[in-house]
Design a protein around this ligand. Structure first.
Ligand code: HEC
Length: 167
């Protein structure tokens, strides 16, 4: 009996800090983050096999990086392992990163502009809920240097000579 009470007390002690620090990591936030990540196309590039399997992958592969990589005039870029990346960031650091990110192709960093801090917090909650897994993706390789496959080789069109409307 005493053991049971102790076990219960320890259980409460262990869960209280999780609640206190986890304002953003309730299951609603995780679910909405999963929606934003999937609809935002993050898995297309950051999850190995995602596109090849019509938008599916085992949980231990999700967002582990190197899914789709790109070679073009900028060199060769490898989609980073977001589970390792997020495991090292606080929520505040992630919001800062998302607001200031200027990545090389083909990372569509401008899409973060449409997300509120709450949206970013939900994405953070989802990716952190997956936990760290996998290996880091290959580092960026500058143009003209040997870069390991796989990657998509891109021949870019001239961008149209129109002024962007601006935001
Ligand atoms: C079309 C492919 C593609 C899509 C879609 C994509 N990414 Fe990326 N992402 C990349 C590549 C490639 C890089 C590496 C760019 C570089 O080396 O500069 C990258 C880099 C990043 C980085 C920078 C990591 C670091 O180490 O600095 C973050 C964060 C990131 N992506 C998050 C996301 C999220 C979140 C989404 C979904 C909203 C997303 N990406 C969608 C391809 C993609």
């Amino acid at each position: 009996m005493i053991k049971a009470i102790l076990a219960c007390a320890v259980g409460i002690l262990l869960t209280v800090p999780a609640f206190a620090s986890g304002k953003t990591s309730n299951s609603k936030s995780i679910q909405r983050g999963e929606f934003l990540v999937n609809y935002g196309g993050c898995q297309d590039c950051h999850t190995p096999g995602w596109s090849e399997h019509g938008g599916q992958a085992p949980k231990d592969m999700l967002l582990t990086g190197g899914g789709t990589n790109f070679q073009g005039p900028w060199g060769t870029t490898y989609a980073p392992n977001l589970r390792l990346f997020f495991s090292k960031l606080t929520l505040q650091q992630w919001i800062q990163t998302a607001r200031n990110l200027k990545a090389r192709p083909a990372m569509p960093y401008w899409t973060f502009r449409y997300l509120s801090d709450k949206d970013l917090a939900d994405m953070y909650a989802y990716i952190r809920s997956l936990g760290p897994a996998g290996e880091p993706a290959h580092d960026y390789v500058p143009p003209g240097q040997d870069a390991p496959a796989p990657y998509l080789k891109l021949v870019l069109p001239q961008p149209p000579a129109v002024q962007p409307a601006g935001h």
